[in-house]
Design a protein around this ligand. Structure first.
Ligand SMILES: [Zn+2]
Ligand SMILES: [Zn+2]
Length: 331
């Protein structure tokens, strides 16, 4: 197999040839068809997240087909298409796992962070954390749903069913959530970096009723705001934009410091929440509805060997475009 490997924090990924791994008990080996590139991959590479396993193969929006089954795997078969998400393993016995909150497990493994991920021609996964995907839709279209879509889905659920939804940061998750929210009959208000007309036009094309700069107030007071951008200064702005009793959900894995703000922004039962990871149930609930939602994901394709370029482009602000790696070792 081949992989793009991170050997040291802050270094470039290195194209590496490795021996093929055999799946252990309860594991599957998946031949990667496409793997999305996510902002979290940048956080791993940059060292924003604590204690990554090194060396590590990044990538946690994996779509591929099973090509080997470990002992004891049931309900999956060779050739079946599956998705491998960020949540790669949970302990099953900590208080969070026992309360059906496995997204908060005390001893989890995360794909592309603490276990090897999908910037590779094949990946070994815990079979219990692989989602069967069926055959509708291309690998590339489905890959971003495995993280941006799932986190988007969970953050929408945690935000409640308010009709007027603000989305701060209209990138990978934002553009998928806008489409889910529209399908659910909500009104979407999209906030971008000040002056980013291109992304604001994109948001309107996807059905946002309003799109503007993140430092502007929307034309109507919001029921809920979800922040996908990493800028902590958006938190007070979003609190200011929601109604009494409204919710602000921080959906990123990493955010810069939140500046001090007057208590009146939180007063009147506004709620400030964060969303972490996903549960397998989130995945099952979301992926079951995907064929009805008609989600269109905007993608840019890169050969796997150009993973460093894909990460650089994402860093440079390709915020509305999702990037993909193809595991073609010749490229
Ligand atoms: Zn646990
Ligand atoms: Zn991700």
């Amino acid at each position: 197999m081949h992989a793009m490997i991170l050997n040291r924090i802050g270094s470039l990924l290195e194209w590496t040839s490795l021996d093929d791994h055999q799946p252990g008990p309860g594991e599957i080996r998946v031949k990667v068809g496409a793997c999305g590139v996510c902002r979290t991959d940048l956080h791993v590479v940059d060292g924003d997240l604590p204690s990554p396993r090194l060396p590590i193969i990044p990538g946690h929006e994996i779509v591929g087909r099973i090509d080997a089954l470990g002992a004891g795997v049931e309900g999956l078969s060779i050739g079946q298409r599956v998705g491998i998400p960020w949540l790669g393993h949970t302990c099953g016995i900590c208080p969070y796992c026992l309360e059906h909150r496995e997204n908060l497990c005390d001893r989890p493994l995360f794909t592309g962070y603490t276990r090897d991920g999908g910037f590779a021609t094949s990946v070994i996964a815990d079979a219990r954390y692989a989602f069967p995907l069926g055959d509708a839709g291309s690998d590339v279209e489905l890959a971003p749903l495995l993280c941006a879509g799932l986190i988007g889905w969970r953050s929408l659920a945690i935000g409640g069913d308010g009709k007027k939804l603000g989305i701060y940061g209209f990138g990978a998750a934002g553009h998928i959530v806008a489409q889910i929210a529209k399908w659910q009959g909500r009104s979407v208000f999209a906030f971008t970096r000040p002056g980013d007309m291109k992304t604001q036009d994109f948001a309107r094309r996807l059905g946002a009723v309003w799109a503007g700069d993140s430092d502007q107030m929307p034309p109507e007071v919001l029921d809920v705001a979800i922040i996908y951008a990493t800028a902590g200064e958006l938190v007070p702005l979003a609190l200011k934009a929601v109604r009494k009793g409204g919710r602000v959900v921080c959906a990123g894995i990493h955010m810069t410091d939140i500046p001090a703000f007057p208590y009146e922004l939180l007063w009147e039962e506004r709620q400030l929440l964060s969303v972490a990871n996903l549960t397998r149930q989130d995945g099952l609930d979301f992926l079951k509805l995907v064929p009805q939602m008609g989600i269109v994901t905007e993608t840019t394709r890169y050969p796997m060997r150009q993973a460093n370029q894909a990460l650089a482009d994402l860093r440079a602000g390709g915020s509305r475009v999702l990037q993909f790696l193809y595991p073609n070792p010749k490229l």
